[in-house]
Design a protein around this ligand. Structure first.
Ligand SMILES: *Cc1c(COP(=O)(O)O)cnc(C)c1O
Length: 156
């Protein structure tokens, strides 16, 4: 019970911080989407966040996401697959995740497209590019922007 109140309290606090920042920078408060990273959190904890009004959730392990998505399919949620996705795991995520983040290769993009077509879905993705020359950072090289972006529809 104490924990339940804590999740609600933390979410409300975060929303207040976001609203204050938006106000001070002249941005619409609802132009910011708060994604609760729910990976490694049990279903009950996620339900607590849902009951506190949280809609967007982020997952990072493909099979874990697949299982949670199925369990929570009665809820009106938006799922984000965050972090790097391996080609062989694309099938667990595509068509279920509302957004796949960190897409950084034509190979992954092609596999997402293949799986999306199989399921008759249009998959929304975010492309990730390296904005620095640190080799440790993930993301595609900026020179590859046309290669990558050329393969997708830019509707939204
Ligand atoms: C897990 C994860 C986060 C959030 O990490 P915390 O440990 O909850 O701060 C952010 N981005 C990605 C890609 C992740 O996998």
């Amino acid at each position: 019970m104490i924990r339940k109140k804590l999740i609600r309290k933390n979410l409300l606090h975060l929303k207040e911080l976001i609203a204050a920042k938006c106000l001070s920078t002249g941005r619409e408060a609802d132009s910011v989407t708060l994604i609760a990273v729910s990976k490694l959190f049990e279903i009950d904890r996620i339900r607590e966040a849902i009951s506190a009004g949280q809609v967007h959730f982020g997952e990072n392990y493909a099979q874990e996401f697949r299982d949670k998505y199925a369990i929570l399919s009665d809820q009106d949620l938006k799922w984000h697959y965050i972090g790097t996705l391996q080609t062989n795991k694309v099938k667990y995520v595509t068509g279920s995740a509302d957004y796949i983040h960190s897409v950084d290769s034509v190979k992954i993009l092609a596999e997402i497209q293949k799986q999306a077509e199989k399921k008759g879905k249009i998959q929304k993705v975010f492309l990730e590019f390296k904005s620095s020359f640190e080799t440790s950072k993930s993301g595609a090289e900026v020179e590859d922007v046309f290669n990558l972006a050329g393969g997708i529809n830019r509707d939204e």
